[in-house]
Ligand binder design. Structure first.
Ligand code: BG6
Length: 513
């Protein structure tokens, strides 16, 4: 029973998964940025969890590449210390660690040093023999975006990145590229061009960790594996959609990076637009990567542009108090740490249905969710009753992405008694409770998919450019007076009050944070 007393039963099915891409190929993963924060907090913990659960290929090795000199033994110790803090399963499984540690080797040198890349090549040949990886190579770029072009060039010059001429070619070379993928439309196009000069699109995996979250993947299952929701999923029944990504933390020592980036580049251009596309896309022809990515791309193409003087009508930006005192942030910075937007999708399905997005740091609490607000009932059958009769609340379907992953549906119900009194109740499904198993980390799934060559959960060239094409004019307006003022908001608040005007102009309001 949940808090509101609605009982949920789960019926997990036994047997083969509905969709499994099989076991990953043997390979060597070369990790650029191996001493960085992302590697310590997310990538090594994800790789370790995969190793511990027996999901990595039987023949697998990691080469940790860094500009600073690394020694195998001391680097392994550094990884172990990180795992003690960040591994998903605690305490650290020592036996699994011992096996995992043996797969880690190191390499170092400047990203523009041809000799360092020659040495890397020799190491990879040697590893291919020792670990029987068949020469498959996966490069992970967990470095600052400014270094991507140089690393790609050095890999290509050393003949370590070979274009795939035919599908399924072996050994394969793949590249995972971290966000931010470009800074605006022009730089994203340039980076795509540089990648395209060396690699086929099938070899490029633009990572967006939101797509690896179980709850984000479940959006498609929820929509297309149930017959009752999809007929309602359109302008006839839905009043508006809200997508929220609120964080309780600030810039966390990343002030320098964040000040150049801001919340729109950091969260909206990638994570939130991807979530929006999954909620708004049409039914794909199949569950294959290209069919899903085609449909998502159509959503991006249908986004109604917001430009110039229109921006303040649709976009409210804010900065938390004390942001300018953060290390690395420029005094007088106008970089937003909060954004709220009203977006429209000019498609048959979504005409007249606004999508409200908001994201920010240092807000009241951590909450990422999508809420689908249905239309009100057409007539007020219950409104003529006694004084106790309440205004009916429209149904809301909430897809809780994190924390407390789950799905909730609110509806109206008669409160027991002689009078007709109506109250709201919520049916609530909680992932952890329903399936009795921990929800895997996004990076685990994404790393595995890349080793399997499955690009479904990665962003394709055209959609990255479409998303930047939509966002860039908004960023440009915000950099000038035309974009309006940057509101200040208190740490721990719901964000600037000015954001309330976006839905309230149409008689709506944000869900409570
Ligand atoms: C990252 C952003 O991509 O996503 C961070 O760079 C942000 O600023 C993070 O904190 C949020 O991810 P999650 O998984 O915690 O919602």
């Amino acid at each position: 029973m949940d808090a509101q007393g609605v009982h949920i039963e789960t019926h997990p099915r036994e047997g083969e998964p509905v969709f499994s891409a099989g076991r990953p190929d043997p390979c060597t993963l070369v990790l650029f940025g191996a001493t960085g924060d992302l590697a310590e907090r997310k990538l090594f913990p994800a790789l370790f969890e995969l190793a511990r659960s027996g999901l990595l290929p039987d023949h697998f090795a990691i080469v940790a590449f860094s500009r600073s000199k690394l020694e195998d033994a001391s680097f392994r110790e550094h990884v172990k210390e990180g795992l003690k803090k960040f591994a998903r399963t605690q305490p650290l499984d020592e036996a699994a660690w011992k096996r995992f540690a043996e797969s880690i080797e190191t390499a170092s040198g400047g990203y523009d040093d041809p000799e360092a890349f020659q040495r890397l090549g020799q190491k990879l040949q040697d590893i291919a023999k020792r670990h029987k990886t068949g020469g498959n190579q996966l490069y992970y770029m967990a470095t600052p975006a400014s270094t991507f072009p140089q690393i790609i060039k050095s890999l290509a010059d050393a003949d370590l990145l070979k274009r795939e001429e035919q599908p399924g070619q072996k050994p394969w070379h793949r590249l995972i590229i971290e966000k931010p993928f470009g800074h605006d439309l022009e730089s994203a196009k340039k980076l795509n061009k540089e990648l395209g000069a060396v690699l086929d699109e099938k070899q490029i995996f633009r990572i967006d960790h939101y797509l690896g979250k179980e709850t984000v993947q479940n959006i498609l299952v929820f929509r297309f594996a149930n017959a009752i929701f999809e007929p309602l999923w359109n302008r006839q029944h839905i009043d508006h959609v809200e997508i929220t990504a609120a964080e309780a933390i600030g810039v966390e020592g990343r002030g320098g990076f964040y000040d150049e980036t801001g919340v729109i580049r950091d969260m909206v251009q990638n994570h939130l637009l991807q979530v929006l596309a999954l909620c708004a896309m049409e039914t794909p022809v199949s569950f294959a990567a290209e069919d899903i990515r085609d449909e998502k791309n159509k959503v991006f193409r249908a986004l109604r542009p917001i430009e110039g003087g229109d921006v303040p009508q649709h976009v409210v930006v804010g900065q938390y108090e004390g942001y300018q005192e953060e290390k690395g942030v420029k005094k007088g910075s106008r970089t937003p740490t909060y954004v709220a937007m009203k977006m429209n999708i000019d498609s048959w399905r979504w005409q007249g249905v606004p999508f409200y997005l908001r994201a920010g740091k240092n807000l009241k609490r951590r909450l990422t969710e999508v809420s689908i607000h249905f239309k009100s009932v057409p007539i007020g059958l219950f409104s003529g009753g006694g004084a106790t009769c309440q205004r009916l609340q429209p149904n809301v379907l909430t897809l809780r992405i994190q924390p407390h992953e789950g799905i909730a549906l609110s509806f109206e119900s008669k409160i027991p008694g002689e009078d007709v009194n109506i109250g709201g109740v919520t049916m609530d499904m909680d992932y952890a409770e329903s399936f009795k198993k921990p929800v895997p980390e996004a990076y685990e799934r994404l790393l595995l998919d890349c080793m399997r060559g499955n690009a479904t959960l990665f962003a394709r060239q055209d959609s990255v450019e479409q998303a930047w094409g939509y966002i860039t004019p908004i960023l440009q307006a915000l950099e000038t007076e035309a974009g309006g003022t940057v509101q200040t908001y208190a740490k721990g608040s719901k964000g600037p009050d000015a954001a309330d005007a976006l839905p309230s102009k149409n008689g709506r309001r944000w869900s409570t944070l």
